[in-house]
Write a protein that binds this ligand. Structure first.
Ligand SMILES: [Zn+2]
Length: 113
């Protein structure tokens, strides 16, 4: 890869450019966070929503953990009644993602089509 500051070729795993000393690892937002497909996240939400996966992908970690815990606890303690409610909840979220009502992830990165 090349240094994003001075353009000199540097090691792919380099944290800092040896030439100009600029950090190559962006803090907070990483490149992989920059664009997420609305379709992919929405479909993951439909199929794996009760596990909170789509919220983990979007960075809504607390909401994802809540759904995951409610799903497991609900399956054990309520014979799946609470799990069913979580499924409805995540289905609504997935539809909002697919229709564009939820436009961005937790970091403010817009979802792509
Ligand atoms: Zn450099």
């Amino acid at each position: 890869m090349y240094c994003k500051n001075c353009g000199k070729e540097i090691d792919d795993n380099a944290q800092v450019c040896p030439e100009c000393g600029v950090n190559q690892r962006s803090t907070g937002r990483s490149i992989q966070d920059a664009s997420k497909s609305r379709l992919v996240v929405g479909l993951i939400g439909i199929f794996l929503g009760v596990l909170g996966i789509h919220n983990f992908i979007l960075g809504y970690t607390n909401r994802g953990i809540t759904q995951l815990v409610l799903t497991i606890v609900g399956a054990v303690l309520t014979c799946g009644i609470v799990t069913f409610i979580v499924w409805i909840w995540t289905l609504i979220e997935s539809i909002k993602i697919l229709t564009g009502e939820i436009k961005e992830d937790a970091y403010g990165n817009p979802l792509t089509d």
